[in-house]
Design a protein around this ligand. Structure first.
Ligand SMILES: NC(=O)c1ccc[n+]([C@@H]2O[C@H](COP(=O)([O-])OP(=O)(O)OC[C@H]3O[C@@H](n4cnc5c(N)ncnc54)[C@H](OP(=O)(O)O)[C@@H]3O)[C@@H](O)[C@H]2O)c1
Length: 347
């Protein structure tokens, strides 16, 4: 089988195609013929963790060493990246009861990665579920990361119908799902992103979209019940006046300072900082699956690349302005669209 492999940290050029032995499932595992995977934040970080110094790391310092050890200190421990997938179960281990050969599935491998391969095995009780029938493999592959993260993190803010929710970073992988999920929860959603993403975010259900290149949301006099900052580009001190009484300032990227703010605001004042990590669980994937089937969340795909174009796909995502998600298709031809021809499916 073919896999996109990297054996040293570095630029997108470290990614190359290699022939590898097709794995066989253990008793509790399923073998997946993978059709589509993605390039997201974790893949970029894993590909070049050597370049991420403790200062550049966008999590508290004490997570840096465990993360570096998990990815591999001087070279990658796992040569195959890829956390999201959609494919077909080809074989199952003797003890497997949830799946059978032929089932179409999608899911999330998290930091253990391995989805940049035509085949891989995973435990049947991992973050994997039957793919919604109304989605293509590409569409299904882009939903686990963004939607699981968005759902899990937004739960921490306890959004109530009618509340005003601002999502800073609304056109990205997590943001595009967060806009849809917050709206499904009955919130009035205001998105923040750069100029190219404005129409996309509006089409996902935001009542208003602020272009961060033209306007600072902390300075326009508007207030919100929840501010969800995905990249952590704002700050609590600047955003406080934009929060209503009992407002929550929710962060997906945070440092030790914000953790201390969370501790402090949990004891004093009515406006709270919430720093949260979403590890990704099967329960969350099942909830995402239900939202997809109810038509509440749609896949947002910016570009699709062939597996031979993995380096190009990484280069594009590394520019930092993808809209929604970028797919790598592991079948031999592009089913949906070609690189350079951005498309948003499901809208
Ligand atoms: N807490 C957790 O469990 C968890 C899990 C996974 C990831 N994360 C965090 O999530 C982040 C990645 O999110 P993602 O995958 O959604 O990223 P992404 O797809 O790259 O999207 C980034 C978004 O941020 C916007 N943006 C860029 N610069 C901005 C600025 N100065 N002000 C406001 N918005 C700006 C982008 O808009 P334009 O493209 O228009 O610039 C885009 O909407 C990482 O920082 C990672 O640490 C957290």
């Amino acid at each position: 089988m073919k896999a996109i492999v990297y054996t040293e940290y570095g630029s997108p050029d470290v990614l190359h195609i290699e022939e590898r032995t097709k794995p066989a499932p253990k008793d509790n595992e399923i073998l997946i013929r993978n059709h589509a995977t993605t390039v997201n934040f974790g893949d970029l970080m894993g590909r070049n963790f050597k370049a991420i110094s403790p200062r550049k790391f966008n999590m508290p310092l004490f997570f840096w060493l465990p993360a570096r050890l998990a990815f591999g200190f001087s070279k990658p421990r796992n040569p195959v990246l890829g956390s999201e997938f959609a494919g077909e179960v080809e074989a199952v281990g003797k003890a497997v009861t949830r799946f059978k050969p032929g089932d179409q599935v999608f899911g999330y491998l998290g930091q253990s990665m391995g989805a940049y391969a035509e085949y891989f095995c995973m435990p049947e009780n991992g973050v994997v579920a039957i793919k919604p029938a109304n989605l293509t493999y590409e569409e299904a592959a882009v939903l686990p990361y963004g939607a699981i993260m968005a759902l899990s993190l937004l739960r921490k803010a306890n959004i109530q119908p009618g509340q005003k929710v601002l999502i800073n970073g609304a056109s990205g992988g997590i943001g595009s799902a967060a806009v849809q999920i917050a709206r499904h929860l009955g919130a009035e959603v205001i998105g923040v992103c750069g100029t190219p993403g404005l129409n996309l975010v509006k089409s996902l259900g935001a009542v208003k979209v602020i272009d961060y290149t033209k306007e600072d949301f902390t300075q326009n006099g508007e207030t919100y019940d929840v501010i969800f900052d995905i990249l952590g580009r704002s700050s609590f001190s600047r955003s406080q006046n934009s929060l209503n009484q009992n407002g929550r300032y929710l962060l997906a990227s945070f440092k030790t300072t914000q953790l201390l703010q969370m501790l402090w605001t949990s004891m004093t004042g009515s406006k709270k900082v919430i720093c949260a990590i979403a590890p990704g669980s099967l329960e969350d994937l099942i909830s995402v699956n239900e939202l997809i089937e109810e038509g509440k969340i749609k896949a947002v795909i910016d570009r699709c690349y062939l597996m031979e174009q993995a380096a190009e796909a990484h280069r594009y995502v590394e520019e930092g302005h993808k809209k929604g998600n970028v797919v790598i298709t592991l079948t031999s031809k592009l089913i949906s669209n070609s690189p350079g021809n951005p498309a948003v499916f499901g809208l």
